[in-house]
Design a protein around this ligand. Structure first.
Ligand code: NAD
Length: 497
């Protein structure tokens, strides 16, 4: 019988009692590896209760001690990241090197959060008014919720919780029910690093758990990452219940290739960004916009490379793994059918792939469409699979118009050797993260990650200084130490003297 995966509440595994179990599968084999107990409203209360009870003491723990725990967590993670990568591959399906890559990008946020004493430093002004000093501080919010998607079981939670914890908050993480084990592994690591019980909790669940967190009076903020409709819902519900919310949504990322670009480089990068993680990345390139008469050459070069990719079990050194579930696979093949019916030219067909894997995993091979138009569903919808669409335009302006008309604004890239064109693109494209000859421009931990338009609801991007601001309240203290010469009554509005 498959094992059951628990919650992690108040520093220990807690076997769920809801009786509401869902299967967790190994996408490369199709095998059910575990059953996950989805949280009931009472279990949401337990997890939030643990985070609430732990908050006062953790908030008042000195920065030095909090930072020591952060460094210990970083060291353990660095030493044992192979274990975490293997867990990610077994539930998500991405190839091991890719899983290791996501752990490393998450680790960078832990490293950034190790600098929290500096990041929390306020300002001090002496003698702002005669005998009056002013200083500012930033203080933690309280228990915060992090709700994450399936596609980055370690990195996306790590965009948030290292900063939240280092700043003195306590956390309830609700991972995706498709990939729960990475969060539990990280919870055990926190314990080993010396984090007090209750500061980091993992609540497994679905909409019931999400709604419980969004409406719970003790949850101060919600950091959500997932598809756009749910992100919008989370933002609206969370803010209605008085919470600070950052909700990162879906994407449709374009790669604009100008006629002067190095086409081999562009084709390599289209492959990496289109088919890495089987296209299940919010920063994946799904639309290549070819400008001018390079389109035929570019399509040929991408197709040659796509044909050579090895699809299969991520533990076997393959280039590309499976989709996360059978439903995801069927959704993606449905889009390929729709693209064909709509008249796009199917250059490489991933439906007929023979994967290097045992069992019956959820595979679709790399797929390439040419002559795609902006009306087709393979262009308008976020497919979230290994399907790359090539759109042909005559001019740079037409390409930018397509990108700026798209409702999403997460990432985009331009491929060119013309510095002026690249600079102009960076200036006028309405997207949050831009690559210049870089296809997946995920910002470093000390910058902030976030898209525009339907790719993000709320004001704060993830990590970097915006993350520190999100997880703290600002406070300004104006002080005067008694000096009899400044006494007296004055009902006027305070002014500088
Ligand atoms: P999803 O929206 O299905 O799920 C995200 C989270 O919401 C999960 O924890 C899930 O349990 C929960 N959820 C699902 N349905 C819900 C409902 N009806 N009510 C409340 N909560 C619900 O997303 P996913 O399929 O796990 O992840 C893929 C999506 O995430 C893609 O759209 C991708 O672009 C997006 N994503 C965006 C970013 C970004 O930075 N913008 C990063 C990674 C993933």
């Amino acid at each position: 019988m498959a094992k059951t995966i628990d919650h992690w509440i108040d520093g220990a595994a807690f076997a769920g009692t809801s009786g509401n179990l869902v299967d967790v599968t190994d996408p490369a084999t199709g095998e059910v590896t575990a059953q996950l107990a989805l949280a009931s409203p009472a279990e949401v209360d337990m997890a939030v209760g643990a985070a609430t009870a732990a908050f006062g003491r953790w908030r008042d723990t000195s920065l030095t001690k909090r930072t020591q725990v952060m460094f210990a967590f970083r060291e353990l993670l660095n030493d044992r990241k192979d274990e975490l990568a293997a867990i990610i591959t077994s539930e998500h399906g991405k190839v091991l090197s890719d899983a290791l890559g996501e752990v490393s990008r998450g680790q960078e946020v832990v490293e950034f959060a190790c600098g929290m004493p500096h990041l929390l430093k306020g300002a001090f002004t002496e003698n702002a008014s005669t005998g009056i000093d002013v200083h500012s501080v930033r203080q933690p919010l309280g228990p915060v919720a992090v709700i994450s998607p399936f596609n980055f079981p370690a990195m996306v939670p790590m965009w948030f919780f290292p900063i939240a914890i280092a700043a003195g908050n306590t956390v309830v993480l609700k991972p995706s029910e498709k990939v729960p084990s990475a969060a539990l592994w990280m919870a055990e690591l926190w314990k080993e690093a010396g984090l007090p019980d209750g500061v980091f909790n993992v609540l497994n669940g679905d909409k019931v758990a999400v709604d419980g967190l969004l409406t719970h009076p003790d949850i101060a903020s919600v950091s959500f990452v997932g598809s756009t409709p749910i992100a919008r819902y989370v933002y609206e519900t969370g803010t209605t219940h008085g919470k600070r919310v950052q909700a990162l949504g879906g994407a449709k990322n374009h790669m604009l290739v100008l006629p002067d670009a190095d086409l081999d480089l562009a084709a390599d990068q289209a492959i990496n960004a289109g088919f890495g993680s089987a296209g299940e990345r919010c920063m994946a390139i799904s639309a290549v916009v070819a400008v001018g008469d390079i389109a035929d050459d570019l399509v040929t070069k991408i197709a040659e490379r796509a044909d050579k990719l090895r699809t299969g079990d991520g533990r076997r050194g393959c280039d590309m793994g499976p989709l996360v579930t059978a439903q995801s696979r069927d959704r993606v093949t449905g889009y390929i059918d729709a693209g064909e019916s709509a008249g796009a030219k199917l250059v490489v067909d991933g439906r007929s792939v023979t994967p290097d894997a045992d069992g019956s995993g959820f595979f679709v091979g790399p797929t390439l469409f040419d002559n795609v138009t902006v009306q087709m569903s393979i262009y308008t919808d976020e497919i979230f699979g290994p399907v790359l669409s090539v759109l042909r335009v005559d001019t740079y302006e037409e390409g930018v118009e397509i990108i700026n008309s798209n409702p999403y604004g997460n990432g985009t890239a331009i491929f060119t050797n013309d510095g002026g064109a690249a600079r102009r693109f960076g200036n006028e494209v309405q997207v949050g993260m831009i690559g210049i000859n870089v296809p997946v421009p995920v910002p470093m931990a000390y910058f902030s990650f976030g898209g525009w338009k339907s790719s993000l609801f709320g004001d704060a991007h993830a990590h970097g200084t915006e993350g520190v601001k999100f997880f703290t309240h600002g406070k300004v203290v104006t002080s005067r130490w008694l000096d009899p010469s400044h006494g007296g009554i004055n009902l006027g509005f305070p002014q500088n003297q």
